[in-house]
Each structure stands twice: as structure tokens, then as C-alpha cells.
Design a protein around this ligand. Sequence first.
Ligand code: MN
Length: 202
Amino acid sequence: MQVNQFLELPYSYDALEPYIDAKTMEIHHSKHHRKYYDTFIDLIKGTDLESERIEDVLAYPNEIPENIRQKVINNGGGYFNHNIFWEIMGPNAGGEPEGKLMQSINENFGSFEDFKMKFNEVATTHFGSGWAWLVLNSDDKLQIMPTLNQDNPISKSNFPLMGIDLWEHAYYLKYQNKRPEYIENWWNVVNWENVLSRYNQI
Ligand code: MN
């Protein structure tokens, strides 16, 4: 039984304008994301992984058959990373988180502003393609970390609460080489309610 479905975007392509443009969203979701998903499904066809949720596949990378392991990490990771990315963004979003998430951010980083500054620094200075994440680490603490390529924090026992795509395909049409500007504008589309519900589900 195939348990991993292709996720439609939960809002329209232009819903994140003007911060993320409709053309970028369309290509990103219908081409890049689709390609990661299709490749992943092809790779696991006929294997035991077919009946496992993607987060469980990626949580135990050593159990992925060696001949397809790196490709599953790349393409399954691409699929899973983007599922999170679409979910934690939305229209009429931004601002600051509430509830126990805000409380934890204050405890771990001092203040929301300090958290944002540190996250921006990690995202801005990450070299090449990858992601910057806010995770709950294995010590139950919030932590900011980058990952390379389509690696997901879950493969090292860190639960991803939210993350920003740092691949050039995520911003190049609108921002070209100005990654810091993309990151700064991205905060306006972070849907904190969804991030909080991810936090509450752990
Ligand atoms: Mn992407």
C-alpha cells in the first residue's frame, strides 16, 4: 500500500505575494516538488519502504537498502522537506508565535528577536544548497541548524518544526543573488499557527 501522497499546495500560487512570487511557487511546487516525489515513489516501488511514511523512512537512513539509500535521502528528503515548507507558510501570516512555542523560543534564545537574528545568520551564511531549520533536538531543546542538499534533521533525531528552503530555485526568479532579502521577506509568510501545531503534536 502506498502511504505517501503528493500534497497539493494548501493555497494558491499567488497567495504568498509579494514576498514569494506566483511564478516561483508554481515552478517550485509543480515541477521541483513533483520531481522529488515521483523519483522517490519510483525508487521505493516494490520495496518494504513502500508501506512506510516518509518521515519514518528518513528517520532510519541505515535501514534504507544501500543501493538506493542516497537517492532516497535526496528525493524522499526533497519530498518531505517541501511538505513541511508548504505547510508552515501561508497568506496573512507572519508576526510572532504564541503559546508554548513562544515560551520555548524565549527560554532557548532569549527573545523572539534574538531567535530571528540567529536563524537569519544561519540561513544567510549556509553555503550552497540546503535548508535552515528550527528543530526540537534529542535533548528536547529548540535548536537552529542547517542541512545540506535535501537532508532532513529527522535523520539525526531532530524533529523539524519549520524550515526555509535555501536552494536558488526557491528565490532566484524574484531575488536573484539577494538571499538575505528573500530570508527577511520570508518571515512575512511563516504561519506560526502551523508551526505551533507541529510543536504540539510531538
Ligand atoms: Mn525547493
